[in-house]
Design a protein around this ligand. Sequence first.
Ligand code: ATP
Ligand code: MG
Length: 140
Amino acid sequence: MSKGNKTLTMIKPDAVENNNIGGILKMINEAGFRINAMKYTRLTQAQASQFYAVHKERPFYNDLVSFMTSGPIVAAILEKDNAVEDFRKLIGATNPANAEAGTIRKVYAESIERNAVHGSDSDDNARIEGDFFFSSLERS
Ligand code: ATP
Ligand code: MG
């Protein structure tokens, strides 16, 4: 089966707070991704809990939901061949201490929790997460 050409990203509250929206979007564009949909918004407790529900049994879940609702985010659907895998490479490891040079998290993440960006981990989740944030009217 061929790989999908879309992924969903969030620029997380730490990166928005630190004025890194522009720098992160520049890295995303320079890596060959195009923006298919984008919005600046703030997640409610219920929305963040739903988005990260897969992690609800993990010890960091409550902190993660608090962090993700602590300020505004930018959500975007990005388009490129092999989008999910290529974007995971561009963002780097979850823990910035392990992220490779040149990755977004290496440059912008503060910690394993405050790690600047989200990237979908599969084509199925890219579709689910894109539908979570965007109606058909909001996509190009
Ligand atoms: P994301 O899903 O946000 O792209 P990821 O896929 O690299 O990140 P996940 O394992 O899905 O990592 O974890 C989701 C998010 O939960 C992480 O990005 C981070 O913000 C937070 N997180 C993960 N592991 C920890 C941890 N051990 N301690 C604190 N926060 C964590
Ligand atoms: Mg993940």
